[in-house]
Every structure is written in C-alpha cells, then in structure tokens.
Design a protein around this ligand. Structure first.
Ligand code: AP5
Length: 221
C-alpha cells in the first residue's frame, strides 16, 4: 500500500503514521524527520538547509526529492509499501514523486487529506513534544507522557522543536496554504484523493483511515 499523507502542520500526519506503520507493515518516510536528522548530524546538506527550516520556509525541491528517491530506490523491491509524510509539499514534488514511483514500477494507492481547522492545529503545535532518542510524539495535554519530559517508549528526554514557536508556525501555515494545499487538486485529478476530518482525537483519526483501507481492499477483492 502506498499512501501520501497531506495536511497542514499539526494535522497529525506523523502521529497517524507512527500509530499505523507497524500494523500496516509500511515504510514511514517523513521528510521533516529526514531533514532534522541531516541538521542534527551537521552534514553538508544539513548546514545548507537549516535556515529554511528555522524560518518556516521550504527546503528546495531538488534536495528533498533526492532524499526521497534515495529511500525509494533502496526499498522498492521489498514489497512493503510506504506512508509518505510531509512529501510532496509542492506541485513539482508531486510530479517528481509520480516519476520516481513509476521508474520503480510502483504507484500511489491514495492521498489522504487530513483536513484540520486552524484553531485545532495551533495548540497542537505549541504543545508538541518529541523524544530526542526515538522520535516518539507527545503533547503536553492531548497526549502527555506518563512522566513529564520523559519518553514512555524509550526513556529519552522530550524536547520542543525549534520551529514550533508562534512566529515560525505562522510562516509554516502561510507556506502550507500557498504551496502545499494546491497539490490536493493533483490527487483529485488522478481520482486518488480521500479526505478525513482530522480535528478529532487520534483514535478517531486512526479508525477513519482503517475504514478507508478496508474499503480499498474490499473494492480490490
Ligand atoms: P515537518 O516535520 O513535515 O512539519 P509539518 O508538515 O509542519 O508537520 P508537523 O510535523 O508540524 O505536523 P504533523 O501533521 O506531523 O503533526 P503531528 O503528528 O506531529 O516539516 C518541518 C519543516 O521541514 C518544514 O517547515 C520545511 O522547512 C521542511 N520540510 C519538510 N518536508 C519538506 C518538503 N517536502 N519540502 C520542503 N521542505 C520540507 O502532531 C502535532 C501535535 O499534535 C503532536 O503533539 C501530537 O501529539 C498532537 N496530535 C496529533 N494528532 C492529534 C489528534 N488527532 N488529537 C489530538 N492531538 C493530536
């Protein structure tokens, strides 16, 4: 199964992928995570792209597309499928993803648009905490860890992402509306768009995707 997760910052793409990737047996590919790894590692690419992320802008298409292509090329034959999270984010990236998958004899099953309202996503972002060690996602009030500041899964310290401050969040929302929201039409035109309401709790969102997946499987059988 190849699924593209679309939605505003804070819509819950990473949370949904984290909750379902093992159950579905897919690779979860998050460009945000890949980018933060490069930055943390102080690599040449990391140094080049840090400023885009810190300002809430987009990393250049060719840099992220190269990252995605590298991941797909090394896993295309294992039959597991993918959940793309945070990619594509521009029309050019959407076309690139189609090309990369076609080259590897793969195709997207559907794009899941996680529609969420602004008054829901803003507090999700300012209250988000992430495990430094394993990347698990928490929220100060929606999904708190059992022990404050400590990851339930691995005991790692939790931190607040540098771009989860109000000023950068505003910029990320503007960029989302201008560059990313329009690619919903790319998938609509291909007849591959599914939409869910992502304002509800994480369990509700997860069950909506599972419902779509069972409909897709039913249609195929
Ligand atoms: P990225 O890391 O992809 O950030 P984003 O798209 O802004 O998405 P978020 O991670 O903020 O939100 P999410 O939808 O995953 O929400 P989450 O599940 O964490 O990208 C960061 C930056 O990298 C970009 O700004 C850009 O600079 C660069 N970049 C990345 N990809 C790029 C690309 N393709 N091209 C160019 N540049 C790129 O949830 C948020 C919080 O809410 C959590 O605390 C969670 O616990 C809570 N929560 C989640 N779901 C629910 C729910 N249903 N109910 C209650 N709480 C919930």
């Amino acid at each position: 199964m190849i699924i593209v997760l679309l939605g505003a910052p804070g819509a819950g793409k990473g949370t949904l992928a984290g909750a379902l990737k093992d159950q579905l047996g897919v690779h979860h590919i998050s460009t945000g995570d890949l980018i933060r790894l490069e930055i943390k590692g102080g690599t040449a690419i990391g140094l080049e792209i840090k400023r885009y992320v810190e300002s809430g802008g987009l990393v250049p298409d060719e840099v992220v597309t190269r990252m995605i292509e590298g991941k797909v090329v090394t896993t295309a034959n294992d039959g597991k499928g993918y959940m793309f999270d945070g990619f594509p984010r521009t029309s050019a990236q959407a076309l690139d993803l189609d090309k990369i998958l076609t080259k590897n004899k793969l195709a997207i099953d559907f794009a899941l648009y996680m529609e969420a309202s602004l008054d829901v996503v803003l507090p999700r972002l300012t209250g988000r905490r992430v495990c430094k060690k394993c990347g698990a996602l928490y929220h100060l009030t929606n999904m708190p860890s059992k022990k404050a500041g400590i990851c339930d899964a691995c005991g790692g310290d939790l931190y607040q992402r540098a771009d989860d401050n109000e000023e950068t969040i505003k910029k990320r929302m503007t960029v989302y509306n201008e560059s990313t929201k329009p690619i919903i039409d790319h998938y609509k035109a291909q007849g591959k768009l599914k939409t869910i309401n992502a304002d509800g709790g994480a369990d509700k969102v997860k069950s909506e995707l599972l419902k779509i997946l069972s409909e897709v499987h039913e249609k195929r059988s």
